[in-house]
Structures are given as C-alpha cells and as structure tokens.
Design a protein around this ligand. Structure first.
Ligand code: ATP
Ligand code: MG
Length: 661
C-alpha cells in the first residue's frame, strides 16, 4: 500500500530520501563510509516495490562480496521487499549463463573448475615446462590477470609490457601455458571463475534475442559498492540495462580495494559524464561511528593521493562521543592474539554480544592464531558469514536427522536417544538427536573447520530454544517445518560468534567493536605493494577497516613474529601521526581525535602468555582455508592453503565463488 511505502521513507535524512524517491534512473550516490548508502538504496528498492512502481522480480541488486549480498538481502527482507534478488555480479551472471547455455552454446552446462592450479600444471607439462609450486602460483596469477583484463594468450606479452608488469617468467612461455590451459579447460567441459563474466558478456553481445530476454526480465538495476566495478562488470551492467538508464549506483572511491580484479573508481567518478541526466546525490553525515572513529578515518585519508582522494568529502559524525580508539603494541604475534582475545573476553563478560565484535586482518593466513586464542579464551567465533547457512553440509545433515526423528523409526540410535532424554522439551530433543552424531554442548578443543561445524549446530540448538520459548509445547515436527520455512527464505539464525574476517571481506559491514590486528609494515601495506598506487590501495583497505567500527576500535601490532624473537617489525606507516607519540613526521600537527587516544605497550607480554599457555592443548589439524583439506606439507601449512587452491590475490574471489548463490 502507499501507506507502507511512505513508512519506508521514515528514518532517512533529506538526501537519502532524495535517493529513495528517485525511482527512475540514472541515479548516482557518491559518499563516504557509514553515510547510509546501502540504507538509501535498500529503502529505495523497498519504496519502489511497495509503491508499485517496481515489480520485485524485475529488480536486480548487485554487489561484490557474498557477505555484502547476504547483508542486503537481510535488510530488504526486513523492509518487506524480500522477493528482490540481491546477488554478487558473479552469481547473477552464473545463473544467467547456466539458464541460457543450452540455447546459446549447446551441450551440457559446464561445471566450475575446482582445481585450477592443477590444470595450470598440466597445461605447463603439455608444453614440456616444469613449474614448482611458487612458479605455479605466479603463473596462475598471471593467467587470472590476463583474463580479468580481457587479454587473450596471443596478446599477453604485449599487454604485460604496456601495463609495466614484470612477469614471473618469460612472457612467451606464460602465454603458451595460458593457451594450453584454456584448451584443457574446454576439453574437460569446465569453466573458471573469470569465464563466468567473460562468457555471459559474450553471450549477451552475440545473441540479441537472449539479451532481450534478460532485459525483459530485469528493468531496474541497483549497484552497491560501485567503486569496485571492473570494466568487464561495467560491460555486463550496460548489456543488462540496454541503454534504458534505469541504473542506481552508490559508492565511495576511498573504498576501492579490488584493483587486482581490474576494479576502478573511474566508472563511479565518471558516471555523471556518461549520464548527464543523472540525479547525483552526496552524503556526508556519518551515522555509523562515534566522532572518535570518524576523526581517525578522516585523519587516515588526509594524506591519501590519487583520483579517489580528490573526490573525497570529510565525514561529519552524527553519533554521540564514545571511547577513544586504542593503539596497542605487543612484543610478539601470539601475545597480540592472546591480548586481543582477553580484551574480547572482557567485553563479553561486560555484556557485549559476540556477533557485535569483529577481528579483521590483512591476509587469511593470520586467522589461525586468532582462532586458537579465541578458542582458548572460550570465545565463540565464526570464519564465514552466515550466508548459505542452510546449505552447509552439517546443517543439511542435521536437518535430515531431525526430520527422520520427527517421524520416528528412521534411525534406531536417534529413536533411542529421544526415548532416553525423558523430558518432552524441544531443545533437549534437538540436543539429543545431534548428540547421536557426536555433537556436545561444549565446543571442541580444535579450531577451524571442526569448530565452525560445531558453531553451526549450536546455532540450530539456539534456534530450537528460541522457537520453544515463542511456541511453548511445539515439538520436533513443528521445529522441522520452521527450519524448512526459514531455509526457503534464507532466514538464518543469528550466528553468535565473533567474526574473524579479512579486511577485504569486511567491506560494507559493521560491528560495535572492531579489532584491527597485525598493523605492521609488510602487512599493511603488504610487502608486495610496491607502486604508489598499490600502497594507496593498502591505505584504503585500512580505511575500510577503521570505518567498520560503531563504537570501539582497537588497532594493534606486534614487534616480532614469535616470543623471544628480535623486535624487527615496525608499526604501519599509515598510523604515523594518528597514534599519540607515534613515529614519523606528523604533517600539520596531531590529526583529529586520534591524538587523544592512548597507546598501551606490551601489557599482554610474556607473563600474560604463560598464564594462558600453561596447559598443553591438542592441536587441531591445519586445513586449507579455501577447500578445507588437511594440510601435510610445511609450505602449505604456512600459507594455510593447499597447492591446488588459487593464488594469493585470488583468495577473495575464490571465496566469493564458493559462496555464490
Ligand atoms: P559503507 O560505505 O561502509 O558501505 P554505507 O554508506 O553503506 O557504509 P550504511 O551501512 O547504509 O552505510 O549505514 C551505516 C549505518 O548507519 C547503519 O547502521 C545504518 O542503519 C545507519 N544509518 C544510515 N542512515 C541513517 C539515518 N538516516 N538515521 C539513522 N541511522 C542511519
Ligand atoms: Mg554500504
């Protein structure tokens, strides 16, 4: 109803309201972190749907990470527009590709390639080239780069020279491996992650009839995080829109962090030039963070360079003051992890909810130390977002088990457990059923995949508790029906754990308390960031991290890698002038409110570690971050990734692929 539609506009400021009511595109919103861009576009979609201007199935909302897409779906559902699709570019493209494949290309729909590096090795072997592991990663990285920049094997050598890249091996040799890899992939009937976009664009370009069909289905396009669009994704967007201009894009050039996939803020900054009739809105009020956090974020960007920096607007904090950011130096990395876990434990003991806390790091390899420290401190955590919760193997298996138990007679062990549990309470029944498969109310000693499986099942038990409280007397059959209903709309239970995530994966999300860890030279900026452009991207990555915090922000670093090691590490250069008394030239005096913050040194030093580390603990097997395989080789264990999974830069993309919906 029109009444419902108007209610959606409440709680928006005048500029956000202008975005929400501009239902015909083109619309462009340029604004900093926490200013309500995502809020404005989700409300716009809801307003369009509830006022009857947009049919929900004609709207396609796209963003860049599975977590962000999940977040958007959650917000849309809460606004009564849950039927609208919110996807990543890759998942939207993949669905279209699979749907149109028989008609456009013919034959069986290809499978997604799982073991890319292995195929690259085979391709190299065909040409008589032997590559060691490090070479394989580098060459795979080059092939990925070539593909996202739409460079075919024949043009690779010239493109590398033009881009000023130093290829890890002879360019002609890499081009040969690339060509053989493409052939092998075709022979196996598989496509890789990059092919998803390339092929979808190819089909839409060469088959106007199919393009028309897609355009008839989707009439309204909304893109969040538009600063991270790549030329190929932009091409796809143009093909989808087909010149109708029904595009609404929002972004923050200061948050461009996916340059390695070809992302560029040029499309955001040039939107007005391409669409002179566009409604352009700028937002500067920051609703997310305290003035202390906003001050630090502004200070961090004050020294930024490049096109993004020129387009930047200072954020103006709207929230009341909160605690000062904490800058914390530790003697070594285990001390940093344990100190962080201790601070989190204290927050939880003070009543904070684990789901409102995040630990963010630069590389996924840093996570294991934190998993262990949190597990030791008895803190629940989650590595993945809650996306695709109902499709997790352990959740599916539990669902089948509960369904069987609800009917009875499906599994003698389960029936036995239910008969012996005595009380008729639903949560007890759910616990008893899960116990037949080894689930215990206390978390396992291990970390990583095992712990995560436990957390998923714990979430199901919590759900049973909530359901029983809301519907006293409900039994297993009702609970199973509730699970089915939730699975159908992906209404996932709140995962209670502290979030452990990379800075890349944290984009668009927010927590009350954020711990940015490992902020040393070599990590942020990362060692392989050499050019000024690459270093600026690292600064933006830190800006993304800082602006995830609503209230509490802790920035920490360790001076050495291991206990007793030489203190060879330096705090990140980006903290110069922000941390009180911190090194480096302070340009223009102390910056913002960060100058009042406190630096504490080494409080969680050796003594603290001994206290935590006194009992020997069983070490869980180390698993590949991406595919979960147990890692035997030292080199693999160090990287926390098996040799078959993609190279470093591809990690985030690969996660997105695995999480696509
Ligand atoms: P990012 O750049 O990090 O993606 P964003 O610009 O998309 O940030 P949102 O996530 O939409 O920002 O909003 C940040 C926070 O501020 C959210 O908690 C949101 O609910 C809140 N918020 C946004 N606009 C308003 C408003 N007008 N009144 C109150 N709260 C608001
Ligand atoms: Mg956002």
């Amino acid at each position: 109803s029109a009444f419902g539609a108007d209610a959606v506009l409440e709680g928006l400021d005048p500029e956000q309201r202008a975005v929400a009511t501009a239902l015909r595109g083109p619309v462009c919103v340029l604004a900093g972190a926490g200013t309500g861009k995502t809020r404005a576009i989700t409300h716009r979609i809801a307003y369009g749907v509830l006022s009857g201007v947009m049919a929900p199935q004609q709207v396609l909302a796209v963003t860049f990470t599975a977590r962000a897409a999940g977040e958007m779906r959650g917000r849309l559902r809460a606004l009564g527009a849950g039927a609208v699709q919110a996807r990543t570019f890759h998942s939207a493209a993949l669905r279209q590709l699979q749907f149109f494949w028989p008609k456009a290309i013919g034959g069986a729909v290809p499978r997604l390639l799982e073991r890319k590096v292995q195929l690259v090795a085979e391709a190299a072997a065909r040409g008589g080239i032997r590559l060691d592991r490090a070479d394989l990663r580098d060459v795979t990285g080059e092939i990925e780069w070539a593909k996202v920049t739409q460079t075919v094997p024949d043009d690779y050598a010239a493109a590398v020279a033009a881009a000023g890249r130093t290829p890890p091996r002879d360019a002609a040799e890499i081009a040969g491996v690339y060509a053989a890899y493409e052939r092998l992939k075709g022979e196996r009937g598989t496509i890789d992650f990059e092919d998803v976009l390339l092929l979808t664009v190819g089909v839409l370009e060469s088959r106007p009839d199919i393009a028309e069909q897609v355009r008839a289905q989707y009439r309204h396009f909304v893109v969040d995080e538009y600063q991270d669009v790549s030329p190929l994704q932009q091409r796809l967007l143009d093909l989808w829109d087909g010149g109708r201009g029904n595009l609404c894009v929002v972004g923050d050039a200061s948050q461009t962090i996916y340059s390695f996939t070809g992302a560029t803020p040029a499309f955001l900054l040039g939107f007005r030039a391409r669409h002179p009739d566009a409604t352009e809105v700028r937002l500067v009020r920051d609703y997310r963070s305290t003035p202390q956090v906003v001050g630090l974020a502004n200070g961090l960007l004050r020294h930024a360079r490049g096109p993004a920096a020129r387009a930047r607007l200072e954020l103006v904090a709207q929230r009341p003051p909160g605690p000062e950011p904490v800058f914390q130096e530790y003697p070594d990395e285990p001390a940093e992890a344990e100190g962080t876990a201790r601070r989190i434990r204290a927050l939880l003991d003070g009543g904070a909810r684990p789901s409102e806390i995040a630990v963010l790091f630069r590389t996924n390899g840093q996570s294991e130390l934190y998993e262990q420290a949190l597990a030791d401190a008895g803190v629940p955590y989650q590595l993945r977002g809650a996306e695709r919760f109902f499709e997790r193997p352990e959740v599916r298996e539990a669902g089948l088990l509960l369904r069987g138990a609800a009917r009875g007679g499906a599994d003698a062990e389960v029936d036995g457990a239910l008969a012996g549990a005595g009380g008729a309470e639903l949560p007890g029944h759910v616990r008893a059923v899960l116990a037949t498969r080894g689930w215990t109310p206390t978390p396992p000693a291990g970390v990583g995949a095992a712990r995560e499986r436990w957390e998923s099942l714990a979430a199901l038990v919590r759900l049973a508790e909530e359901f029983a409280a809301a519907r006293p007397g409900a039994g297993l059959p009702e609970f199973v029906a509730e699970l089915d209903a939730r699975a159908a709309v992906q209404h996932v239970p709140t995962m209670e754990g502290v979030t452990l995530a990379s800075l890349h994966a944290a984009k668009g999300l927010e927590w009350d308390a954020v711990f940015l860890v490992g902020l040393t030279e070599g990590m942020v900026p990362i060692t392989h960031a050499r050019t000024e452009e690459q270093v600026e991207e690292e600064r933006r990555l830190l800006y993304v991290g800082v602006t995830r915090a609503r209230e509490r922000l802790t920035l920490s670093w360790a001076l050495s890698r291991s206990p007793g090691g030489r203190a060879t590490r330096q705090p990140s250069r980006f903290l110069d002038g922000l941390r009180p008394g911190g090194g480096g030239a302070v340009l223009g005096g102390p910056v913002g409110l960060g100058a009042r913050a406190s630096v504490t040194r080494g409080v969680a030093g050796r003594a603290g570690r001994e206290e935590v580390g006194r009992r020997p603990r069983p070490r869980a097997p180390i698993r590949c971050r991406l595919c979960g395989r147990v890692l035997a080789e030292a080199a693999e264990r160090k990287l926390l990734r098996c040799a078959d999974c993609p190279s470093d830069v591809d990690e985030e993309l690969y996660r997105r692929l695995r999480d696509w919906r």
